[in-house]
Structures are given as structure tokens and as C-alpha cells.
Design a protein around this ligand. Structure first.
Ligand code: D41
Length: 673
């Protein structure tokens, strides 16, 4: 049956739209819509083509996967095309996949599947001749990609040489290059500090990093390769199961997913899906689904592929964590330290399992970067349980009346001037404790679980206490009377009694909690603990100079500056004194006298085999040393395990002492004696 005119029209429209977004995504690295939206449009196109085969044309996005590479790199033709993956979006889709396979094989037996996370990065190919890496290439459109040999060679997880006697003389390893969260955040922070371009997400960061024409730039990016299959093999044999092939690659020094597993049947695959979906928020990298592959290579070959996607593999995608919606308004919230945060008020939208109507716009720079206006259609992302954020603007959907976002020049709560310090992106209200918003936040923080842990003193109660003028500073909490509390909303006589008892109880605390509760900028729980352990008494912390503070574990010049600044302000000291006067107490902390490594900075790098890095760090810190993440002229010593890279070479360049793990252990033993 011929397709009706309206279907033909819709199909043309989809083709055009998808080709546009394909170009934005693959060639320009500037996606305008979330993957979920793209997937939906693509599915719609595939459905139409499924119904009316005549619609399938050579220029349909269904006929190619990705676009031609940029011209700057040499083009490489993959000897064996790099296939793409079909998607499944539900358990039903997955069972249908299994059914198709068994029907095709005319088999009633259960099929074993290799299960692995689908890393959200860039697929690449690595070619090894006699075990030596001779070429690295992007997947590109699957047929041709870009030669990025110089760039992949800079990535630590890419072996330059496979040291084994059973390596085929020609071997192609395929995998995904991605940027883990920590590296991504650090990189973006640095880029922002330098006023350079920041990346929207780790995937774009990985892609942008690989596309640098100067490998020295790529070398500085925290990229990781995870190997997921092989391509051409000649002059040697590989195992007969996908899972065993990965094991082999692991033995040869490739990074392979630690979460991979073999399921005995498709129901096992669904269990694996649930397991990984649960783990996903805690993974230190982005994954966008799971890949299931028939484990037996012989069966894979029997099944073959259709239009560039294997029949024997499928990607089970997670539900969208990004969505599009409309930005209705922007509100400015004032935090504990006066930081003004623009909050996007959104047309409510369902993202990754929850309805979102607020998202953070972070700060003024971010608004400028996004070039967002009120009325815009925006892309919202919700990652794990962090605050949803606006990641981009769909400029093509901007309405005529879109309004500029005006950042306030005065605090929306107290009217004090708002300013950013030089080099800082954050604008702050300089009202300090004059600002009601800051006072409220400071009190909420003081009462919070890891601070004084005042049971029953919730946000709503704090707001009422401040609004009614009953509490100006945290010290006032401890002089509250039953009659003050019982009159509040949501507070009966009994709850008022309970709150008074909780306040009384909270007075007995620890030095670390007390320091944390003060809410000094950048002094979190860990720093507060370090301060308590280092100084032992509050007075010593108060008197400590900038230089002394910097000898404390994990405290650098910036945090030291905040602490000094805090105790320079008389109103802060008055509050601290008042707290002590009303009876807030804690036992003094015993300071370890024996700190032979005091003032020395150590750096740990590479893999330690007899202890974890965390253990080594704790040992060093217990002896008074500072453990840093980067090597500088001030570094006293670098402990380097196998796989140490740039830090080791930097230490060598700077002439910093380098010891291996055994020497370190001997040294530590010596300290005990
Ligand atoms: O982690 C991944 N992104 C991943 C991608 C993976 N774990 N396995 C994959 N397996 C394949 C086949 C089945 C074709 C060997 C893949 C991809 N392909 C793939 N990545 C990009 C396009 C296709």
C-alpha cells in the first residue's frame, strides 16, 4: 500500500530534522536536543519506514549512523565496518530481541548473553601489528573514521604495546573512550577559572578532547578507554566467547568493565538491567544503557547483521534523564554564605522518574554561557539525585517575546549590594548576618544533622523564628522559652518541649561538629575534623595564622583565608563566645605529638599493590604529612606504583624524590620503630 500524503510529508520532515541534529551532534559536537528526544524522532522515522518500505531512501538517517568526519584529520577506512547497535527501551523489546534470535536459529535452548554497561563516550578502533599500536581511529560513520593515533597514544588506558606471546600479528581492539565524572568536573572548573570553554557533559568533553589537532591538549584531558570488542584478527586466534575475549584483553592490559557479566538467558539479562540501573547513580562515569551480546562467537557469525547493526547484540537504554521544557521565570535565592543562585522556574516536566519544576542556573556566568532567556525552550538534566540543571537552550524554539534575565544588583532579601570578587563567578550579597536569608540559612546549617544535630528544628521552624524576630543568631536558639515555641505554626506544646530538650542535648557536642556548624566558607565536615585534630582546642583554631592553617591536611591558601576572615569579624566571635556562654561544650581533642612528617607533602601515583591509596594516605596523614594530588617543587616525595604516568615524569623533571611501594612500606615501618 502506498503511503498517504500526510505520512510522506511527516517522513520528509523527520528526515530533515534528524539530519540536522545528526550534523549538530556528530560533526559539530553541539547537540541542540537531548538524546532522548532524538531517539524518539528516530523511532518515529523507523516506525514509518517499517510500515511503508517505499519511504526508505538512501538519504534517510536510518541508512547511516553518524556523519562524515571533519576534514582536519586523515580519514581511515575501517577494514571491518564498526557496526552500530539497535536499541531496546523496555523488557518487552528485550524479550522480542531474544525471541527473534531463537527463531532465526531454530533453537529452543536458552541463549547466554554477555552483559556490559554502555559507556557514554566515543567509540574508537585501535590497530595492533605484532602487539604494537599502529593506528587509532574514531568510529566515524562506521565505515570511515578519523585517524587520531597521536591522540589515543596520550591516553593512559590505551596500551602502546601488548606484552604477550599469544597476540595475533594483526589485532583490532574496539572500545569506548569516556571522561569520568571527577575528571570532567575538575576539567570544567579549570576551564571556567581560565575563562575557557566548558563542556556540557562528559561525552562532549571526551569527544572534544579526542578531536584536538594538538595531542598535547588531549594529553591533559582525563580520558579513559574501556575495551568492548575486537575487529580484524589475523595471524592468531582469539577465544570463542565474547566474555572470554574480554578476559583476554584484560590480561593484555586493556581496561575492561568491572561490571560485565554473563547471563544464562534473557531473564538473567533483565536482572542485570535492574542491578546496573540501581548501581548507576553511584558509578563514577556516565552510562546510558546496557549492551547485551550473544556470548558464543559462532552463534554471532550465524546470525550476522542487517543494515549495519548486528542481529546478535542490542543496547537496552535507560529512561531519559534529559528532557525539554519551557523556562517560565528565574528567581534569585540567597544562600548561607550570601551566594546568589539563579533558579529556573520551569513548566513542570517528568525527568528520570520525577517531576521537575525548578532547576539551577548556577550563576551569572552560566546564564551568559547558555545565553538563555525567559520563555526559552530549555534542556533539563537530572543526574542521580543532584539538583536538576539547565544544560542548553533550543534556540530554534525561542519565542518572539523572550525576555533577558536581569541579574539583581541588590540582594532580593535585604537589599544589600551584590558583587562578585575578582576571579569568582559567584555573586554574593554582602549583608552578612544583616541579611535575613543568610541568617536563616546559617541557622539551618547549624542545626543540621552533621552539625549540632538539633532534632525538630526544621527549615519551616527556623524561618518562623527569624521572621518573628525571636532568633537573630544561633546563640539565641539556646535562650528560647516554651512560650516562644508553642506559638509557632506546626508546633504544639509537646513538640515545643521536645525541641527544648533537643536543644539542651545538642549543647554537648564535639569540636569538629562545632567548627563545621559555624558554617565557615569551604569548611565542610572533613576540614572541620582536620582542624579539630590538628589544633585540639577552639582557641587555637581562632588564633591560627594563615600560614599555620595551611599546614593542616587538605587546607590550602583559599580555605585558610576564609577561616582567618571568619575569625577576624567581631560579630562571629561574639556569636562563638555567646554559644560557649550558654553552655555549648565539647571535650578537647588530643593532638598527636608524634608527627615526624609534619610540614612535608607527599604525592601518591600509579597502582599500589599491597595497600590501597586511601590506606597509604591515612598512614601519611597520621604522621602529620600532607597528601596532595599534584606534584610541584614543594613536593617532598612521590610514592609511585606501576602505571604511574605524568606525575612521575614531573617529579623526575623537578628532581623530587621518588620511591616505590616497597620502599614506602619500609619507610613507614621505620617510623613506627
Ligand atoms: O560501552 C559501549 N558504549 C559499547 C558500545 C559496548 N559496551 N559494546 C558495544 N558493542 C558493539 C558491537 C556489538 C557492535 C560490537 C558498543 C558498540 N558496538 C557501539 N558503540 C558505538 C556504536 C556501536
Amino acid at each position: 500500500m502506498a503511503a498517504p500524503a500526510d505520512v510522506v510529508e511527516r517522513h520528509n520532515e523527520l528526515k530533515q530534522t534528524l539530519n540536522h541534529h545528526n550534523h549538530q551532534y556528530y560533526v559539530l559536537d553541539e547537540p541542540e536536543i537531548p538524546d532522548a528526544e532524538y531517539d524518539r524522532l528516530f523511532q518515529e522515522l523507523k516506525t514509518l519506514e517499517g510500515e511503508y518500505a517505499e519511504l526508505v531512501s538512501p538519504d534517510s538517517p536510518s541508512q547511516r549512523v553518524g556523519a562524515a568526519p571533519l576534514s582536519a584529520f586523515e580519514t581511515v577506512r575501517h577494514e571491518m565496518p564498526m557496526l552500530s547497535l539497535d536499541n531496546a527501551f523496555s523488557a518487552e523489546d528485550l524479550r522480542a530481541f531474544d525471541k527473534r534470535i531463537r527463531e532465526r536459529l531454530k533453537s529452543v535452548d536458552a541463549i547466554a548473553y554477555a552483559c556490559e554497561p554502555k559507556y557514554d563516550g566515543i567509540a574508537i578502533s585501535l590497530l595492533y601489528r605484532d602487539g604494537i599500536l599502529v593506528r587509532g581511529a574514531t568510529r566515524g560513520d562506521g565505515e570511515t573514521g578519523e585517524d587520531i593515533t597521536q591522540n589515543v597514544k596520550t591516553i593512559g588506558t590505551v596500551p602502546l604495546k601488548i606484552n604477550a606471546d599469544d597476540v595475533p600479528s594483526l589485532l583490532e581492539v574496539r572500545g569506548e573512550i569516556y571522561m569520568p565524572h571527577r575528571g570532567f568536573e575538575k576539567f570544567n572548573q579549570q576551564a571556567q577559572d581560565k575563562g575557557e570553554k566548558v563542556f556540557v557533559n562528559p561525552r562532549n568533553a571526551a569527544s572534544g578532547s579526542l578531536r584536538q589537532l594538538d595531542p598535547a591538549i588531549t594529553a591533559k584531558r582525563p580520558l579513559v578507554l574501556c575495551a568492548y570488542s575486537i575487529g580484524v584478527v589475523d595471524g592468531g586466534a582469539m577465544p570463542a566467547q565474547h566474555s572470554k575475549i574480554l578476559d583476554k584483553l584484560g590480561q593484555w592490559g586493556f581496561h575492561i568493565s568491572e561490571h560485565r557479566r554473563v547471563a544464562n538467558d534473557i531473564e538473567g539479562c533483565l536482572e542485570y538491567y535492574a542491578y546496573l540501573e540501581n548501581l548507576r547513580p553511584d558509578l563514577p562515569f556516565d552510562i546510558d544503557g546496557i549492551v547485551f551480546k550473544v556470548d558464543a562467537i559462532e552463534t554471532q557469525q550465524q546470525l550476522g547483521f542487517v543494515s549495519r547493526a548486528p542481529r546478535w547484540a542490542i543496547a537496552h537504554k535507560f529512561p531519559a534523564q534529559e528532557e525539554v521544557t519551557v523556562l517560565r521565570d528565574v528567581e534569585f535565592q540567597v544562600g548561607r554564605t550570601g551566594a546568589i543562585t539563579p533558579v529556573a522556574k520551569l513548566e513542570p516536566v517528568f525527568v528520570g522518574g520525577v517531576t521537575v519544576s525548578n532547576a539551577t542556573l548556577h550563576n551569572k556566568d552560566e546564564i551568559n554561557r547558555l545565553q538563555v532567556k525567559i520563555g526559552d525552550t530549555v534542556v533539563i538534566r537530572r543526574a542521580g539525585d543532584v539538583i536538576p540543571q539547565v544544560v542548553s537552550v533550543v534556540k530554534s524554539k525561542r519565542p518572539d517575546g523572550a525576555k533577558d534575565i536581569v541579574f539583581p544588583e541588590a540582594c532580593p532579601v535585604c537589599g544589600s549590594p551584590v558583587a562578585a570578587k575578582e576571579g569568582e563567578a559567584v555573586y554574593r550579597c554582602d549583608g552578612g548576618i544583616v541579611c535575613e536569608a543568610q541568617r536563616k540559612e546559617a541557622i539551618k546549617h547549624f542545626a543540621s544533622r552533621h552539625a549540632l544535630d538539633i532534632d525538630g528544628l526544621g527549615d519551616k521552624i527556623v524561618e518562623q523564628l527569624v521572621d518573628k524576630g525571636l532568633v537573630h543568631s544561633v546563640a539565641d536558639l539556646f535562650t528560647l522559652q516554651h512560650k516562644d515555641l508553642a506559638g509557632l505554626e506546626r508546633m504544639g506544646s509537646k513538640s515545643a518541649e521536645n525541641l527544648l530538650a533537643a536543644l539542651e542535648k545538642s549543647k554537648e557536642t564535639t569540636l569538629a561538629r562545632f567548627i563545621y556548624a559555624l558554617g565557615i566558607r569551604e569548611v565542610g565536615q572533613a576540614t572541620a575534623k582536620n582542624l579539630a585534630q590538628h589544633f585540639g582546642t577552639l582557641d587555637k583554631v581562632r588564633e591560627a595564622s594563615d600560614e599555620t592553617l595551611q599546614t593542616v591536611t587538605d587546607i590550602g591558601p583559599i580555605v585558610a583565608g576564609f577561616i582567618v576572615e571568619f575569625f577576624e569579624q567581631s560579630q562571629n566571635n561574639e556569636v562563638v563566645d555567646a554559644l560557649v556562654k550558654v553552655g555549648v561544650t565539647w571535650p578537647d581533642v588530643e593532638v598527636k605529638q608524634d608527627q615526624p612528617l609534619k610540614g612535608l607533602t607527599y604525592v601518591l601515583t600509579g597502582t599500589l599493590e599491597k595497600m590501597t591509596r586511601q590506606e597509604a594516605k591515612e598512614i601519611l596523614e597520621a604522621h602529620g604529612a600532607k597528601v596532595s594530588g599534584s606534584v610541584s617543587a614543594k613536593t617532598h616525595c612521590v610514592v609511585a606504583g606501576p602505571g604511574a604516568g605524568s606525575k612521575l615524569s614531573k617529579a623526575q623533571d623537578l628532581g623530587v624524590e621518588v620511591i616505590d611501594e616497597d620502599a614506602f612500606i619500609a619507610f613507614v615501618e621505620g617510623l613506627k620503630a
